[in-house]
Design a protein around this ligand. Structure first.
Ligand code: ZN
Length: 151
C-alpha cells in the first residue's frame, strides 16, 4: 500500500512541476475562474467545444498548491476529446472519489489517472484543492462562467 502511495505522490509532484495544458487558450468557447480561499488556490479553466459539443481543447492557468495544480493538469488530459455528457460523468465520478463515496455509473470511464488523487478523501481541506478545477470546469460549461468559490 505504501508503494502505491509513493507512486501517487510521484505522479502528483510530476504534474505540479510540469503541468499539462497550462496557459491561456486562444479564443475559448467557455471559461471560468475558481478560487479556494482556504488554501489560496486560484485558477482559470478554458475550454473549446466544436459544433458537436465535443471538447477539442482544455487549458488552465493560475497558481495553487500541488494538489490543485496536479488535479487541474490531470483534468485537462482527461477531458480532451470528450462530449459534454462524458465530461459531466467524469466530474461526478471524480467528485465521488475525492469525497470518499463510491463512484456510481462509471461504465465506460477510465478513472485510473484520477485515482492518484483519491487520497485526499482523508483530508477534508484537501478535497477542495482537488475538486476546484473540476467545479470551475462545470461552471464554465453550465453556469456561463460564474466564478466558483469553495467557501
Ligand atoms: Zn490547495
Amino acid at each position: 500500500m505504501s508503494d502505491l502511495r509513493d507512486l501517487y505522490q510521484e505522479v502528483i509532484f510530476d504534474h505540479n512541476r510540469n503541468p499539462r495544458n497550462f496557459g491561456k487558450l486562444d479564443q475559448p468557447t467557455h471559461q471560468a475562474q475558481g478560487v479556494n480561499p482556504l488554501c489560496g488556490d486560484e485558477l482559470a479553466v478554458y475550454l473549446s467545444l466544436d459544433e458537436n459539443e465535443r471538447i477539442t481543447a482544455v487549458h488552465f492557468e493560475g497558481r495553487g498548491c500541488a494538489i490543485s495544480t496536479a488535479s487541474a493538469s490531470i483534468m485537462t488530459e482527461t477531458l480532451k476529446g470528450l462530449s459534454l455528457e462524458q465530461a459531466d460523468s467524469y466530474f461526478r465520478a471524480f467528485h465521488a472519489m475525492a469525497t470518499g463515496e463510491t463512484p456510481t455509473q462509471t461504465a465506460g470511464l477510465d478513472l485510473s489517472k484520477l485515482e492518484v488523487l483519491s487520497g485526499v478523501r482523508d483530508y477534508p481541506a484537501r478535497v477542495k484543492c482537488a475538486t476546484l478545477a473540476w467545479h470551475t470546469m462545470q461552471s464554465a460549461l453550465h453556469s456561463h462562467g460564474e466564478q466558483v468559490t469553495t467557501e
